[in-house]
Design a protein around this ligand. Structure first.
Ligand code: 5RP
Length: 267
């Protein structure tokens, strides 16, 4: 056991080696979105379900809007510096450090790299440099693999997403967050030596679509989710969370998870 393993245990459940991480770091670029306007309430409501293993959050919101009753893991978003009001969303720099992460008492840090964007080089170098700092202190690094803005087709291309996942691991990430490709996601996982988790991306049309996507990713070898909008913008976030938890930690089928969702909605 070392510090890195100890911290990873705060994120991945030992029994399943999977994790259900809720991302609430969107406000740093997108402002107060529906579902996280009152982030303290969102965190409180979802934490109360006991289903969230860890949160992905910025230092500002962690400091002022994060007071769960439980003791979930925390991944500190350590990159940012670009908003929808600015010229280029992919121009992220490091906004925190491992030293600050240790001072805040979080379990891991995260930084984005944007492949096929004008800032591919800078964001990958940021990732590699943060990885060096992480290794020094045994703090796990989540590599958030993003894309340039005109890349909607590439997001669905397993060869391109496999490139992103592998590149993130090669630059030192201990966990990769990427987008789910409906076909050949097992190839994305196969080429990456560290756990692969999926983000939601733009919202799914229905909760059932969210369940199908997560189930497909798990079947292909994903180790869980780092997901935001599909959960906290759902009409029934707590019920959906129960169903997602069932998929991730109890190996439910999509039908079983959908039944659980319905049952929880009617409680
Ligand atoms: C926002 C992010 C999010 O963490 C990530 O995209 C996951 O959230 P969602 O499931 O809503 O896409 O990187 O800056």
């Amino acid at each position: 056991m070392n510090g890195r393993e100890r911290r990873l245990r705060r994120i991945f459940k030992r029994e399943t080696e999977r994790s259900l991480v809720i991302a609430v770091d969107h406000g740093m670029a997108l402002g107060p979105m529906t579902g996280i306007v009152d982030l303290g309430k969102t965190v409180g409501d979802l934490d109360a379900t006991g289903k969230v293993d860890a949160w992905l959050i910025t230092k500002g919101m962690y400091t002022y809007s994060f007071a769960p009753a439980g003791d979930p893991g925390v991944i500190l978003r350590a990159s940012g510096g670009a908003t929808i009001a600015g010229p280029e969303l992919t121009r992220e720099g490091l906004t925190s450090s491992v030293e600050e992460a240790l001072q805040l008492g979080v379990d891991a840090v995260a930084t984005s790299a944007f492949l096929n964007s004008p800032y591919e080089h800078e964001t990958l170098v940021n990732m590699a440099q943060l990885a060096t700092e992480c290794r020094r202190w045994d703090v796990p690094l989540l590599g958030v693999m993003g894309l340039g803005k005109t890349n909607e087709e590439k997001k669905k291309d397993p060869r391109f997403m496999a490139l992103g996942a592998r590149v993130g691991a090669e630059h030192g990430a201990d966990i990769i967050k990427t987008y789910y490709t409906e076909t050949d996601f097992d190839k994305v996982v196969a080429g990456c030596p560290v756990p692969v988790m999926i983000a939601g991306g733009p919202r799914c049309d229905t909760d059932l679509d969210t369940l199908r996507m997560i189930h497909g990713a798990l079947q292909a070898g994903a180790r869980g989710i780092v997901m935001g909008r599909n959960v906290w913008q759902s009409a029934h976030p707590a019920a959906l969370l129960a169903a997602v938890h069932g998929l991730i930690h109890a190996n439910l089928s999509v039908n079983e998870a959908a039944e659980l969702l319905e049952h929880e909605r009617q409680r």
